[in-house]
Design a protein around this ligand. Structure first.
Ligand code: ATP
Length: 356
């Protein structure tokens, strides 16, 4: 397996810029999730590494090899598509073995390798069948088997779970993570699902409008988002963002005044913080009128089994709150929302995080 590097990679389609000067250095044996909303350029970034699209500027390296101008077949990467792209007329064994056949591996050696990989993915009983005789999850495993069969330098996966039902997605999410860890695989994984990115990846690259917003380990993306976009895209429900004023006497937000430790206060003043971001789990529902708590009223209560999501309206804004299991309240009930500003993010007027 090899490291992967994007160096100032740009891509335009006609006059439209799909990627602006992308820089990512992915260490060997690392799992990177490319995360972002539809159209942000993540598939384009993956296709450029696969050799399916040519960048307009910059270069891509696999290990120390500049592969920018190489044909896809000469790049030593294996791609898993959303559609699986299995050959319907071939057996599962032939589908898995196809990359080896192309490379002219002798039949007996090929058969052994197919068995080995099929056993690892627990599809060895399906080898004589055809794709149409398999469930979605089984087809997904065949697509993965075909990718790992020849030990490529990197795996590229484009939304490989999006055609599966919710339950199977959860199972396969864990399976793919386990497989990539066991193989020590360098993996680039495109998804618009923040939960997939956070749970599977060593590093998450968040993109928007063809621009890389942040690349960092999942806990850092969650705890210390680089800007308002990342803060809002990662987390379910997303971070609540409210207007805030930071002055000599501390913090003013939603009609309450709170103290702020000196370092945070100074950093907010220096950078001109205008908004505060609070995760739903950092807001606590307390008695109405509690000093220092935001005054709100319950908009809706959603029991989730293990926890309860509560929407609270504060001065016309809806804030998401993660409350305990069994929490109940009637719609319109007055509540207080308590929080510790030490857990908050602060954003400047351009949306950059100035303190987290
Ligand atoms: P999705 O999750 O919807 O696949 P994405 O983040 O993967 O989105 P890309 O497929 O990389 O986005 O597309 C980025 C932008 O580039 C989009 O606005 C898309 O319309 C545009 N684009 C992609 N391929 C082409 C093409 N061949 N010709 C013109 N525009 C393209």
């Amino acid at each position: 397996m090899s490291a992967v590097t994007y160096e100032r990679v740009g891509k335009s389609f006609g006059g439209f810029i799909a990627l602006h000067s992308l820089d990512i250095a992915l260490p060997d044996r690392t799992f990177l999730a490319l995360l972002g909303p539809s159209g942000c350029g993540k598939t384009t970034a993956l296709r450029i590494l696969a050799g399916l699209d040519m960048p307009t500027s910059g270069r891509v390296l696999i290990g120390s090899r500049d592969v920018t101008r190489l044909q896809p077949r000469d790049r030593d990467v294996a791609m898993v598509f959303q559609s699986y792209a299995l050959y319907p007329h071939m057996t599962i064994a032939d589908n898995i073995g196809y990359p080896l056949w192309i490379r002219k591996m002798p039949a007996t050696e090929r058969a052994l390798r197919i068995r080995e990989v099929a056993a690892a993915l627990e599809i060895d009983r399906l080898l004589e069948r055809h794709p149409r005789q398999l469930s979605g999850g089984q087809r997904q495993r065949v697509a993965l088997a075909r990718a790992i069969v020849r030990d490529p330098a990197a795996f590229l996966m484009d939304e490989p779970l999006s055609n599966l039902d919710a339950r199977l997605r959860l199972t396969m999410r864990g399976e793919i993570k386990r497989l990539c860890q066991r193989l020590g695989a360098t993996t680039l994984y495109v998804t618009h699902d923040q939960a997939e990115a956070l749970t599977m990846a060593d590093l998450v690259a968040v993109m928007q409008g063809g621009l890389l917003q942040q690349v960092a380990p999942p806990d850092e993306i969650y705890e210390r988002p680089a800007n308002r976009f990342v803060a809002g895209f990662v987390g379910n429900p997303p971070m609540n963002v409210l207007r805030a004023i930071v002055g000599e006497d501390g913090l003013q937000v939603g009609g309450v005044r709170l103290g702020l430790d000196e370092a945070r206060r100074q950093a907010c003043l220096d950078a001109g913080a205008v908004e505060i971001g609070l995760r739903p789990e950092d807001l606590g529902i307390v008695e109405p009128g509690t000093p220092g708590a935001l005054a709100g009223e319950v908009y809706v209560v959603e029991p989730m089994g293990n926890e309860t999501l509560v929407d609270v309206r504060v001065r016309g804004e809806r804030l998401a709150v993660r409350a305990g299991r069994g929490f109940t309240a009637r719609i319109g009930a007055g509540v207080g929302l308590a929080f510790d500003p030490a857990n908050a993010c602060f954003f400047d007027k351009t949306g950059f995080t100035v303190v987290h």
